[in-house]
Design a protein around this ligand. Sequence first.
Ligand code: NDP
Length: 245
Amino acid sequence: TNGAGERKVVLITGASSGIGAATARRLAADGHHVFLGARREDRLEALTDQLIATGHSAAYRRLDVTDPADVRSFVDRARVTYGRVDVFVNNAGVMPLSPLEALRTDEWDRMLDVNVRGVLHGIAAALPVMRAQGSGHFVNIASVGAYEVSPTAAVYCATKFAVRALSEGLRQESAGDIRVTVVSPGVTESELADSIGDPEARRAMQTYRSVAVPASAIASAIAFAVDQPAGVDVNEVVVRPSASA
Ligand code: NDP
């Protein structure tokens, strides 16, 4: 089991790559039960098989966080399988950066749907289960873009400011039973930049990404929050490459 000696049931959205997959590996290795969701089932299956083959506890279900009913089914499946939902990691996110002037409105909608509505769907599905248990923990992945805005990132930053606002509201309203942690990564190795369609934003991001921290560094921050004893709530963690200002 983990350092705190408690084996938790941890649900992770966006577990098919990057930070979500690294978090699954880390928390499974720490002795927790991990239940993984994302749209690319082949990736989830391969990761789950690998974790089980190395003696860990893992399972997965296909998940689209933009569909509230699907998120409810995801949580239900975990609850039926393990009997509880201790931690819900709202990690799924997309980042198709572009200048506002480019009016890529479909991409704005997609960011709002995944990064904001997806998190709300996670809260709506898991909060009642956690309330009924008398305890639970949301770990919501924001970004350094949740603290400051930069060119081409207005909509993305707006979604991450929203993740922080929702997390703080949830923390205030559910203090006592539910812990709420916001983990805000700086540039991290993952597939996130692959979603950038705008050529100018894509070029800028390639330079920016040369100092990225490994996804396991973000997984460590999540593990730190998860493994605190009951009654200790780590609210915000920002993890940046030491090379960024
Ligand atoms: P990746 O692109 O590697 O991972 C994103 C994950 O989100 C994938 O597993 C993807 O899975 C999943 N996802 C996307 N859309 C949906 C959806 N509709 N339903 C379910 N899952 C979905 O990037 P990261 O690991 O970097 O991203 C993880 C989080 O970290 C995001 O919230 C991102 O904003 C945040 N972040 C990342 C930073 C970085 O530099 N990498 C910096 C700051 C924050 P699939 O396509 O299979 O559904």
